[in-house]
Design a protein around this ligand. Structure first.
Ligand SMILES: [Zn+2]
Length: 288
């Protein structure tokens, strides 16, 4: 699934093709894309509108329209926005014909992606209910993690993946950030030390910004709107590298499971958390 860097890559590549353009015609070919909405009604509402800007929040792309509406697009597994240069791309689920002769296609092989056409206020509420802070925002730091993790005994990886805790991080960038921060993914989130929170906040920002710089990771299906490939997969330290040596210490990387997801760790850099009972020990000293 595309994560924050891939969705941001799509946003940046798509932006110059849509910003300020009017939607001359909308063709929603797959009713499943718009869920309970009537595809014909969505087409009517989109037609004639101008795309004022293209924003991103977490893994959502937000087409801001004039008239106070927002098209909230989630790519899920295989969705993508494409700017076709010749033949129409395969798996086209919707096509927007734009002013100045432009066309953008929403394609999705597995059809899990969604479009929600909402008023701006509805869109704000929709996103606020689903998304925590942006880990690449200026204000993101260890204090944000401290507040989010306080009192939580869930594994840190489970919380990093929870979009309501942090927006935009998925399995790949979670594994990469936890390895850089030398934190075992099973570590209870609320018991991380301050230095670990500082390291994790810095690592999350680093891997996500690096992912954006490298225009995403092209594993499985991800391509940018021009059909290009990102190169972040070449910079992975642990993700998909089980059996290879850890770039930091040379220990063999293993694949395990955490939070229900395949998880890549270096067992030396990311030592397993001690069980709480072990620290207590059986010894109690009583005064004679
Ligand atoms: Zn290591």
């Amino acid at each position: 699934m595309p994560e924050l860097p891939e969705v941001e890559t799509v946003r940046r590549r798509l932006l110059p093709h849509v910003e300020g353009r009017q939607i001359v015609a909308a063709d929603v070919r797959d009713a499943r894309l718009v869920g309970r909405d009537d595809p014909r009604r969505v087409e009517e509402r989109l037609t004639g509108r101008t795309i004022v800007s293209l924003d991103r929040r977490g893994k959502y792309l937000l087409l801001r329209l004039d008239g106070g509406e927002t098209l909230v697009s989630h790519l899920r597994m295989t969705g993508n926005w494409l700017v076709p240069t010749g033949d129409e791309p395969p798996h086209a689920r919707a096509v927007l014909t734009l002013s100045e002769g432009g066309t953008v296609v929403y394609a999705d092989a597995r059809r899990f992606g969604t479009w929600d056409l909402l008023t701006d206020a509805e869109a704000d509420a929709y996103l606020a209910a689903r998304l925590g802070p942006e880990p690449i925002a200026e204000s993101f730091d260890a204090g944000v993690l401290l507040a989010a993790f306080a009192g939580r005994t869930a594994p840190v990886k489970a919380l990093v993946l929870d979009q309501r805790v942090l927006a935009g991080v998925g399995n790949i960038y979670a594994d990469e950030a936890l390895h850089r921060a030398c934190i075992h993914p099973d570590q209870p989130a609320g018991r991380l030390r301050h230095a670990q929170l500082v390291g994790l906040a810095e690592s999350l920002r680093f891997v996500l910004e690096e992912g954006i710089r490298q225009q995403g990771a092209s594993i499985r299906d991800f391509r940018d709107p021009g059909g290009g490939y990102g190169s972040m997969q070449e910079s992975f330290r642990v993700y998909g590298r089980d059996g290879e040596p850890c770039p930091a210490c040379g220990t063999v990387i293993i694949k395990t499971r955490c939070a229900g997801r395949g998880t890549h760790i270096c067992p030396a850099c990311q030592p397993k958390p001690r069980r709480r009972g072990m620290r207590r020990g059986p010894v109690t000293l009583k005064p004679l």
